[in-house]
Design a protein. Sequence first.
Length: 203
Amino acid sequence: MTPWKLPLIVAAIAAPVALAFALAGPGVGGAVGAFAGVAIVVAAAVQRPRGPIVSAAAADSRRHILLVVGRPVEDPAEVRRIARAAGVEGEQAGAEVLVLAPASIGFFDRWASDLESARRQAQQNLVLTVASLAKAGIAAEARVGDEDLVQAVEDQLQTFPASAVILATGSAGEDEAGTAAAAELGSRLQAEFHHLVLEPASG
């Protein structure tokens, strides 16, 4: 669950209960609170466990690499690490590479309905990463994905036949969401998976 969702869920549960207490007294407030509790239990009971993430079937024998980045990859050393993990060193022309960047939407941006700035940042990450890959002789396409890294990968693999998924994140201390996503993808992905921890961003 993305961090911004928890406060909204808590507010959605607490606000009606508090309003019922204020407007109709303890009897109605208690009833509304009990109903909310039952609803939470039922929702938890019917929640399906998250199963394996399977990619679409490939129509050819090429390697298909899905590279997921939360920030631009510009360092040539990092690009070489990605190429090694992807298994495309020396055979770049034969691989299909798709770079996916999540549109990371901040809490206040969401309330202000300012989603375009997040998409612009993701597009900038893509442009810089694709340009860096091109300098190393790796042609790649680019796409903006869901803000939730795991959901973005799951959505993309419905149509993209990934031979391997590479997730490039910051360290656990600077990128908690990326680290959590790596753990979940590592347990759910059926395709080959690599988690690369990038060096801290300069500046």
